[in-house]
Design a protein around this ligand. Structure first.
Ligand SMILES: [Mn+2]
Length: 370
């Protein structure tokens, strides 16, 4: 028995903060990623497809997207078992109920505890998010019948201690095991991976935010009576996010910064295509070094997206400045005297005043100074 399991596609996500065109492109990417997932169903000749919630975003999903999904699932010509997640809860009169689902698609209900759909000897149990938040209580009171292979389809947060009350539908791997499930086909965490040997998250097919640097896959599961399930995660994402820091220490001009950035980018593994990179420029640079982040975001680097944060600090030669017969020299001498005369706990504040004062006198824009 073979299953294709996916989750967290987040179709029609608005991608707040992006330009209208970029957000539209990202939404198209999500449809493409969903198609790539489904193409694995035929390629691996699976017996069933499971979807672990957050298929779309409830407040934004269009009727067209819902019907497009129904069409795509119908074309699979094999059973599809789904649960709704916290972003696409199964609400009375909501998007799920406004679609004519093909006969092969089975949406497990909300608010009736664990319900099952059988695919041969494989029994898929699950429950959807509904009008009220889903809890894992039903799992703790459940015991799977001894006949057949039982798996759990759930949109929730696996936590070893199950103490994270604020987490969405927190549950423990132990409760899954105790209930007699061979595997939990999970959704909600956007980083793919097998947790505690029994809870399988495929992750979202595409990363959706900067912090989603984990695996983004579709899962193929092989279940044979009695044998432990074989799981495989197949990467689906075309986009990936990474964050790096670039040491610009000692840079005498923007040319050195540019070189440090190019060097740092060249050490990142994998393809440039699809790479969305956030780089923080750090270190003490010469006071005359001017960093123009817009100019450094050269499209020629072949990255899909590059965001730069200039966190460099000028390396002022305090002793040299103190000796100068200038306003800057007088300022440095005055602050040095105040530091000398003050208590230890005042030093960080005065050091900061010295630093910011020098930068202001040097013409730095201090709007983003920390
Ligand atoms: Mn999600």
């Amino acid at each position: 028995m073979k299953i294709l399991h996916i989750a967290d596609v987040h179709l029609d996500r608005p991608f707040v903060g992006m330009s209208t065109d970029t957000a539209r492109e990202r939404r198209r990417d999500l449809r493409d990623a969903f198609d790539r997932c489904l193409s694995l169903a035929k390629a691996h000749n699976v017996d069933a497809v499971t979807i672990g919630g957050d298929l779309w975003e409830d407040e934004h999903v269009t009727p067209d997207t819902c019907r497009w999904v129904a069409d795509r699932l119908g074309r699979l010509e094999r059973p599809v078992v789904m649960v709704a997640g916290n972003h696409d809860p199964l609400r009375r009169g909501g998007p799920y109920q406004r679609v004519q689902w093909p006969k092969n698609v089975h949406l497990l209900p909300a608010e009736r505890g664990l319900q099952n759909h059988d695919v041969g000897s494989l029994i898929i149990w699950g429950m959807s998010w509904g009008d009220s938040p889903l809890t894992s209580d039903a799992i703790s009171h459940f015991t799977a019948p001894s006949e057949g292979t039982h798996v759990l389809l759930l949109h929730g947060t696996v936590s070893s201690a199950a103490l994270q009350d604020d987490a969405h539908c927190s549950f423990s791997a132990d409760s899954v095991r105790r209930a007699g499930f061979a595997l939990c086909l999970a959704g909600h965490l956007h980083a793919g991976g097998l947790r505690d040997s029994i809870v399988l998250y495929p992750g979202s097919p595409e990363p959706l935010a900067w912090d989603e640097t984990g695996q983004h896959a579709a899962a193929i599961i092989e279940l044979d009576d009695g044998a432990p399930p074989q799981t495989q995660l197949i990467d689906i994402n075309e986009r990936r996010y990474a964050e790096i820091t670039v040491d610009c220490g000692g840079a005498t001009s923007s040319a050195d910064v540019e070189q440090a950035l190019a060097q740092a980018i060249s050490t990142i593994d994998g393809s440039r295509e699809g790479l969305c990179l956030r780089a923080a420029l750090r270190g003490r640079v010469e006071p005359d070094c001017r960093i123009d982040t817009a100019a450094l975001c050269d499209p020629e680097r072949g990255l899909t997206q590059l965001e730069l944060r200039d966190e460099t600090q000028p390396a002022f030669d305090i002793e040299m400045l103190a000796g100068q017969p200038t306003a800057m020299g007088a300022f440095v001498t005055s602050l040095q005297q105040q530091i000398h005369d003050s208590e230890q706990d005042q030093h960080p504040r005065l050091q900061l005043a010295l630093e910011l004062g020098l930068r202001a006198m040097h013409g730095d824009d201090l709007a983003n100074a920390s």
